[in-house]
Design a protein. Structure first.
Length: 91
């Protein structure tokens, strides 16, 4: 199994919280997907975390290159993100 974790700091805007909630997509190779909104207010914290699971590295690659995933990123994520971190690992 593969776990794909992405954390973002959202760019400051009036609708920052709503933009964070919009970071979701549904693609068939996903085993599980979870989006969490941060409540920790330290400088080390991110605003949003996405945790997704896949059967294989190939499924993760399919997800990352899927047109729906790319559209969500282009529309709801990249224009509103100040910083992004990612971690992929097998478990």
């Amino acid at each position: 199994m593969i776990k794909h974790i992405v954390m973002w700091r959202m760019a400051e805007s009036e609708d920052k919280e709503q933009r964070a909630k919009d970071i979701k997509s549904k693609i068939d190779v996903l085993v599980n997907i979870e989006v969490g909104l941060n409540f920790n207010d330290t400088d080390a914290a991110s605003d949003v975390v996405l945790v997704s699971e896949f059967e294989t590295k190939e499924d993760l690659n399919t997800y990352q290159n899927h047109p729906e995933h790319k559209a969500v990123g282009a529309t709801y994520v990249r224009p509103y993100v100040a910083e992004r971190r990612v971690c992929d690992y097998e478990f």
